[in-house]
Design a protein around this ligand. Sequence first.
Ligand SMILES: [Zn+2]
Length: 320
Amino acid sequence: MKVLYIVGVGRSGSTLLERTLGTLPGWHNAGELNAVFSRVARQDQRCGCGTPFSSCDFWQAVGQQAFGGWSEVTAEMSRLQPRVVRQRYVPRLVSGVMSDDARRELGVYLECHDRLYRAIADVAGAEVVVDASKSTAQLFALRRIASLDLRVLNLVRDSRGVANSWNKPGLVKPQSRDGESMGTYSPQRLAVLWSALQAESAMLCAAAPYATRMRYEDLVSDPRPTLERALEEVGLPAAPGSLAHVGDHSVELPASHGVAGSRTRFTTGHVELRLDDAWRSSLPSASRRVVTAVTWPQLVSYGYAGRHAADERTGTTAWR
Ligand SMILES: [Zn+2]
C-alpha cells in the first residue's frame, strides 16, 4: 500500500496540493492524519465533506474497519501521541535508542497507523493515500512501519511568505465547530522553526527511496508541469489524462473527506491558483531581514535568494 506523505512547514499550500493529488484516479487524500485522533475525532471537527467527523459515513466506516469504532482508540492515541512523536524525540526515532516503555508505546502508535492507512485505502478503494500531516517527527516514526510504501514530498514555500502567514492573529480554524483560533508564531520564532524543519525534511528525503521537493510558488504558477515532475520523481507518474482537473492557472476540486488543514479545505469547484506573496508588502522590514538572515542558506539552495533567485522587484519567478 502506497502512502504519499507531504512533509514541510504549515501554511505552505499543502491542503491545496493534497486535494489536487487526491483527485487523481486511484488516489485518496486523507488530510492531516496526525490530527485525526487528537483533534479531529476528539473535538468532532468538520470533515472536508462538510459534516462533523462523527457523522461522516466515510470516517465511520474507516474507524469501524480499523478499530471497531473510534472512541477507545481516540482516547489511547491522544494520550500516546505527545509521548511518541514530539519534535524533541526525533533523535531517538532516528537512532532507535529508547527505553522498553517508549518502544512499546511507539509500537502501539505505529500499529494503529498501519491499520488506519489500510482501512482508508480499503474504504476509499484507493491505491495511493495522500497524508498531508507535514510533521517531520511523525514521518520519522512512520518510517518504522515496514509494510508501508512511503513516498515523500517536501513542500517548501519562501520562509518570508510562511512567516507572514503565521504572523496574522485572529484567524479562525475553518474545521473547528467552536470558533477556535489558528495558532501564530512571531517571524523570528518561525524562521528558526522553518530552518530546522527544512533541515529535517531534507534528511527524510535523502533517506527515502522515492522523494521530491516542490516549491509552493511553482505549484501555483505552473501547476501541471510541477505536478508531473513531482509524480515522476516519487515513482508514481501521472497516467495520460489523469491531470485533466489541473488547468494552466486553476484546478477543479471536488469535496473530499480530508481532515484538518487550511481554509481551502472547504472550497470546491473551480479554484483559481494565485501566488500569495503578500509578504513582500505586509511583512515588516525588520522581520523580513531577520527571517532572511536566519533561513538564508536554504533560501539560496531552493532558489529563493542569491544568483538564481526570483526578481524581488517584479515578483516574477525566474528560477529554472
Ligand atoms: Zn467526510
